[in-house]
Every structure is written in structure tokens, then in C-alpha cells.
Design a protein around this ligand. Structure first.
Ligand code: GLA
Length: 385
């Protein structure tokens, strides 16, 4: 991670004022994919890739946003934020958060905000959520306001849904705001209750980037969500108690699946079985039953790839290539799908050789050198002062 004192110093040099500094992590999802917006279960962990946000007040009515990653500074009128629209630029994320806070009744003050992040972009590790949550904590500090963490996560999700225009669920913002070092979180996306499960110290989180770009905005993610919701509407027309696929069963699909499109039926089958797998996975991890953990990850990947059709050739190969390597417990494509990273649970003692072997097998097959990271579950967003 970036040296925080250098980040702080650069902000002071650029904007002439001592900043308050905040950090928010990206995440890896161990299991539970496309279940969050169906009010189901997910099991992510915050990781040690993160976004830093440094903030200081100004007196000229402006909001200055500087991205160290893009080397770009943009200025906006603080009073204009409530009527702003997204412009498909990195500033949409911080402006989206500010705009939602304005909608919550906060008078938006003038401030300078520096941002830096090392969550790989477009790789399914929630760089957007990290950016939103870090911005939210920073801006709230200038406003002298606080929100309970679940509400903070909701505000950031709304920034993405209502301002940026991506129809994501709550998982990424929630784990970024609430993660816990060395733990994964079983989150119930219906009422946002959660249980933390320790990740045993002898297990490594090996994240392998296929280098195929993934995006939640528009495209396939949105299509999948619509297909899931269409399946739910069919079941709800027979069983009005079913508001989300969380409430549905495989039995419902057997009875009324013929009233759905073939796609909706498969997507719903994934979501309904994935919810069951996620709860079982949490229990297996808590019991230390690593055979079951690995089996459920394999089943989840097959379901994500074949029923949900959210994988790609490269991700399927990355999972396949991992299977015979020493130390593997389980592997699957993680995040929103259509590219991005696989998560491999690997025995700690084998993690380095596993990562090297997987990297060279993948490079041999696709001619692309994948980034492979041995990550640790980290704490959620916090002040660094
Ligand atoms: C993206 C979204 C999440 C979730 C996952 C799929 O990361 O932002 O809300 O839907 O995809 O599990």
C-alpha cells in the first residue's frame, strides 16, 4: 500500500492545507454471486488493496478532486452538485457520493479531496466501492456527520445506482465499510445482519486476474439482473409471498419454470442454489471442513459458468488450471463476472509456489501474464489520523 505520510504530504503541497486521511478496502467474494440484489447471502472479505482519501476544507465554494492514479485535478461548484449528472469519468464516483449526501439534506461545503488507490480496476475486486466508501468517510468528516456503517454502505450503493448508473447490489460497499481483519463475512442482504467467520491462518487467499476486463455498468450484469427479476416475477404471480429469489425454491422452478424464458430459468436456478451453497460454505469454513469448502466452490463455479453464463473462456481455464496444483482447496470466478479474477483458497505453505505455477500455466495457454496476488482479509474503512 501507498505510504500514507507521502500521500498526506502531497495533498498539503497541492492544496496548502493539512488533510484528514481515510482508507477503504476492495473485496474478494468467496461465494454468493449475484445473490445480493435478490436479498440473498454473500460471503466476501475485505482485502489489502484499498483507496486512500485525503480531505481538507476550502473557502472558495469549490470542490477540488485530484486523482493521483490519473494525475488529474478537476474543480466543481459545491452549490452545483445537487443538479449534476454523471459524465462517465472517474469523478462520477466521488461526485455521486456527494450528490447523495446533498439529497440527504447536507449542505455541501467546499473541500479539496485527493484520491489514490491500488485496487486493480475492472477486475471484480470492487475498486468502485472502495472509492465511494473512502470518499463518503472523508466528506462526512468535513460535514462533522456520521452514519452507522450499514447506512453508510447504503448511501454509497445509492451513489452507484442513482448517480453512476450501475445496478449493483449492496455487497461491495457493505464489506468495504464493515470488513474485519482475518475474517470473511456471511452477510444476509435482506436485513444486513452478518456473522464473521475467521479465515484460518494456514489458508491463503490467492487472487488470480485473468486480465479480461469486467464492468458492472450496463451490459451483461444488467441483463442478468433483469433475467433474475423476470424469473422472480413468474414465481411471485403464483406465490405472492415471493418478493425476491431469496424466497424461492428449486421446487418453485420445477413447477413454474416452463412459464419463464430458458435464460431466466437457468439464472434463477443459479441464484436459488447459490444461496443454499453460501450458507453451507459458511458452516463448512467455521467447522474447518476444507473438503466441503472446496466442493462448494467448485459447484458454485460450475453454476456461475453454466447456469448463470457469467464466466468466460479465460476464467474457466484459470479455475481448471488450478485444480491439479498442490495446496488448492477451492477455486472459482469471483465478483460480477464476464472476466476479472478467480479466488483460490490455498494452503498457506503452498501459496507462493501455487501462484507461480498458476501464472505460468495461464501465460502458456493464453500468452498473457496474469497478475496473481496473495491477499489477506483486512479491516473495513477507517480514519488514518
Ligand atoms: C458486483 C456488484 C455486487 C454483486 C456482484 C455479484 O460486484 O457490485 O453488488 O452483485 O457483482 O455477486
Amino acid at each position: 500500500m501507498h505510504d500514507v505520510s507521502i500521500f498526506r504530504f502531497k495533498h498539503k503541497q497541492r492544496f496548502g492545507a493539512e488533510p484528514a486521511v481515510f482508507v477503504a478496502p476492495g473485496r474478494v467474494n468467496l461465494i454468493g454471486e449475484h445473490t445480493d440484489y435478490a436479498e440473498g447471502f454473500v460471503m466476501p472479505a475485505a482485502i489489502d488493496f484499498a483507496t486512500l482519501a485525503a480531505i481538507s476544507p476550502r473557502s472558495d465554494g469549490k470542490i477540488a478532486l485530484y486523482s493521483e492514479n490519473y494525475g488529474e485535478e478537476r474543480h466543481f461548484d459545491a452549490s452545483a452538485v445537487p443538479t449534476m449528472k454523471a459524465s462517465k469519468h472517474w469523478t462520477d464516483y466521488p461526485l455521486g457520493v456527494v450528490s447523495i449526501l446533498a439529497g440527504e439534506g447536507h449542505a455541501i461545503p467546499a473541500f479539496s479531496l485527493s484520491l489514490w488507490g491500488d485496487v486493480p480496476l475492472g477486475s471484480g475486486l470492487s475498486s468502485s466501492a472502495a472509492l465511494e466508501v473512502a470518499t463518503a468517510l472523508a466528506v462526512l468528516s468535513v460535514l462533522n456527520a456520521t452514519y452507522p456503517r450499514p447506512q453508510l454502505a447504503r448511501l454509497c450503493q445509492r451513489a452507484e445506482n442513482e448517480f453512476v448508473g450501475s445496478s449493483c447490489g449492496i455487497m461491495d460497499q457493505f464489506i468495504s465499510a464493515n470488513g474485519s481483519k482475518d475474517h470473511a463475512m456471511l452477510l444476509d442482504c435482506r436485513d444486513l445482519s452478518f456473522r464473521l467467520a475467521p479465515i484460518p491462518p494456514d489458508i491463503a487467499l490467492v487472487i488470480a486476474n485473468t486480465m479480461v476486463k469486467h464492468s458492472v455498468t450496463g451490459g451483461d450484469y444488467t441483463t442478468r439482473r433483469a433475467e433474475v427479476e423476470a424469473a422472480c416475477a413468474v414465481i411471485a404471480s403464483h406465490r405472492p409471498g415471493v418478493q425476491f429469489l431469496r424466497d424461492a425454491t428449486v421446487d418453485d422452478l420445477e413447477r413454474w419454470g416452463n412459464e419463464m424464458s430458458a435464460e431466466s430459468l437457468k439464472r434463477a436456478h443459479h441464484v436459488i442454489t447459490e444461496n443454499l451453497r453460501t450458507v453451507s460454505f459458511a458452516k463448512a469454513l467455521e467447522k474447518g471442513d476444507m473438503n466441503e469448502v472446496g466442493r462448494l466452490m467448485a459447484e458454485a463455479h460450475t453454476s456461475y459458468s453454466q447456469d448463470f453464463e457469467a464466466s468466460c473462456v479465460e476464467a474457466d481455464a484459470m479455475v481448471e488450471l488450478a485444480q491439479d496444483l498442490p495446496g488448492l482447496i477451492g477455486a472459482r470466478l469471483t465478483g460480477g463476472g464476464f472476466g476479472g479474477c478467480t479466488i483460490n483458497l490455498v494452503e498457506q505453505s503452498q501459496a507462493t509456489t501455487f501462484a507461480q505455477a498458476l501464472g505460468s500455466l495461464y501465460a502458456g495457454q493464453f500468452g498473457i501474464v496474469p497478475q496473481i496476488h496473495i491477499c489477506h482479509a483486512s479491516d473495513g474503512a477507517r480514519a488514518l489520523n
